[in-house]
Structure formats: C-alpha cells, structure tokens
Write a protein that binds this ligand. Structure first.
Ligand SMILES: [Zn+2]
Length: 146
C-alpha cells in the first residue's frame, strides 16, 4: 500500500507525470513530520467530507478496499481524495487526516498549496477543472500517439 510522496504510482487506472501520490504511509517507511496549519487541516477535512464528489469516478473509479493504518492499526479507510490545479492531480487516501492528526505527518508543500487553491469537490468550479484536466490529458495522449 505504501507509495512515496509525489511518486507517480497511484491506484488509478491511468498514470503520468501529472498524477502524484500523497500520503500513502506504510510501516517501515519514514515520512516527513511537522506541524500542519489548522486551516490546511480543516481544508483537508472538507475534501474528505466531499470525497464522493471528487473526480475519481471520472477517472475510472478507485476502490482500494478497506485499508488499515499500518502505524497504529486503529484507523480504517477505503476512499481517496483528489486535489488538482490546472496541470496536476494529487491523489491521497482519506486517512491522510488521520496521519496528520495522529502521526504528525506533514504532506508536501506543493500539495498543501494546491489544496488551499483547489475549489471544493462539490462545486461547479471543481467539476469544470476536473473535466478540463481530463480533456487535456486525452488530447495529450492523442498527440503522443501521432
Ligand atoms: Zn494510525
């Protein structure tokens, strides 16, 4: 289940340089610790609350099965969240809030910045951003195939 932060392996059926994994912590793998600003944590929780509205289903659906926190084995989660800007997409497990609160995990600064700017998943702005991200990717893959 472990993936390095900002690695390109996610559980999505698609991958690419513009899709980044964040917060896939696993036992035996060090992770960065530090203080996450309360507004960033609150924002993260908003995304988790709206996870069913996130763009993952547009990407072909992601269901990883129930995952247990490998560090304390006391928290479980099955969903993911998607944060995006115009060019990149970050995929994080819903348990990322648990990792921050219980284990002092500090997500990458680029992710936190994108999180603060990304519209909430149940907004029209988010859905438009997600649709245009996917459209651009389809165009890119066509261009690459030519
Ligand atoms: Zn834990």
């Amino acid at each position: 289940m472990w993936d390095p932060d900002l690695g390109h392996e996610t559980q999505l059926p698609r991958s690419g340089d513009d899709i980044l994994a964040v917060g896939w912590l696993g036992k035996g793998h060090d992770f960065p610790c530090g203080e996450v600003r309360s507004e960033d944590l609150a924002r993260l929780k908003e995304f988790v609350r709206r996870r069913s509205e996130s763009m993952l289903r547009l990407l072909g659906g992601v269901f990883a099965g129930v995952h247990t926190c490998e560090i304390c084995e006391r928290c479980h989660g099955a969903s993911n969240i998607a944060v995006l800007d115009g060019r990149r997409l970050w995929i994080a497990p819903e348990m990322i809030t648990h990792y921050v609160e219980a284990h002092e995990y500090l997500p990458p600064a680029s992710f936190l910045e994108a999180l603060s700017l990304c519209p909430l998943p149940d907004s029209d702005e988010y859905q438009e951003l997600a649709a245009s991200f996917l459209r651009n990717r389809v165009q890119d893959s066509h261009a690459a195939a030519d």
